[in-house]
Design a protein around this ligand. Structure first.
Ligand code: PMV
Length: 334
């Protein structure tokens, strides 16, 4: 029988709201080659983030999802609200909530909660929006039900969601976003934190072109199958650049890091994943005095990065906007 104290407690938990966030990310070195087990480097971008809020729902209503500013799986613009069990089984938001409930609630029941998602991370631009949304959901659900989920528990769940977005993800996005730390990543080897010897000042510029990671990765896969020797050679070269970059970042040598970004971009052009818009922005950054620049993520659109001396950041950012960037973000990595 409920005592008055129990009723007060249960009324209090019914009113509880739990919030969790996760950052965006960029890949500094080694995209694509990382899918083929070469090393890569990624860093969190704390200036943009996804946020999940768990709040009490209607009694007996189950889980509802409110994707406040994300487009719906059917392409409808944001602001839509739906019942978890009405969503397609490959809806990434549904998958994130279900994986988290399985991991943290254990009893197979569906709680009456509203999961509200908001995000400032540009979608389909190589900034880890999908991984960040999933991380925020898993973290928020875990906390709401009395757990304190840690990155090593969150990252494998987010990897499962990433498979819905990408098909065959390397695992770098879920790792860097769940740990929110710079990582030196080799597929299957887990998290290795990368120490940053001297702050890296990055201008991230958006081409404004939406690109599907699944399509670009699939195209590289087809070309790799048709000419494995050539592509394995390119992946080796990209992996070698990533290893040199690791040392340069650790010893705090931004000039060397910049030169290696230029080399990595050339290799990605040869790999066939850059685009005229990305190449234009890379050249504009270099002309404006960046230490180095490259595309970032899957390519054919999305974002590029310019490494700059902090005082050059405004000049480089305005040169990038002048050369067609839809927006720029300044982010410092340490
Ligand atoms: O565009 P993004 O941020 O999803 O990055 C894709 C990175 C790839 O190396 C191309 C794919 C992967 O799974 O690592």
């Amino acid at each position: 029988m409920d005592t008055r104290a129990d009723q007060t407690q249960s009324r209090r938990s019914e009113c509880e709201t739990t919030v969790a966030t996760a950052p965006g990310k960029v890949i500094l070195f080694g995209e694509h080659a990382v899918v083929y087990s070469r090393p890569a480097i990624a860093v969190p971008v704390m200036d943009v983030s996804a946020r999940a809020t768990i709040s009490p729902g209607e009694l007996g209503g189950g889980v509802h999802i409110l994707a406040a500013d994300l487009p719906a799986p059917d392409g409808n613009p944001g602001g839509h609200r739906y019942r978890l069990r009405d969503a397609a089984s490959d809806d990434p938001l549904r998958a994130s909530v279900e994986l988290a409930l399985d991991a943290f609630l254990h009893n197979g029941s569906e709680p009456d909660v509203l999961v509200t998602i908001t995000s400032t991370i540009p979608i389909a631009r190589g900034m880890g929006s999908g991984a960040a949304v999933a991380t925020a959901i898993v973290r928020a659900v875990g906390r709401h039900f009395g757990h304190d989920p840690q990155p090593e528990g969150i990252s494998p769940l987010v990897y499962e969601v990433e498979k819905l977005h990408h098909g065959t993800p390397s695992g770098i996005d879920n790792t860097v976003v769940a740990y929110a730390q710079p990582v030196f990543f080799v597929r299957g080897e887990g998290m290795k934190r990368l120490s940053v010897g001297a702050r890296l000042n990055l201008v991230v510029a958006d081409t404004g072109v939406v690109s599907s990671t699944r399509e670009v990765v699939g195209d590289v896969r087809r070309r790799w199958s048709a000419d494995t020797e050539r592509y394995e050679g390119l992946f080796d070269e990209i992996g070698a650049v990533a290893r040199l970059a690791k040392s340069a970042i650790e010893r705090g040598d931004p000039k060397a890091v910049g030169r290696l970004m230029d080399e990595n971009h050339e290799l990605l052009m040869t790999l066939g994943v850059s685009s005229p818009e990305l190449d234009t922005l890379v050249k504009a950054a270099e002309r404006a005095g960046a230490l180095g620049a490259k595309m970032s993520g899957a390519g054919w659109g999305g974002n590029m990065l310019a490494l700059v001396e902090a005082d050059r950041a405004p000049t480089v950012a305005s040169a990038l906007r002048g050369a067609g960037a839809a927006s720029t973000i300044f982010s410092q990595i340490s």
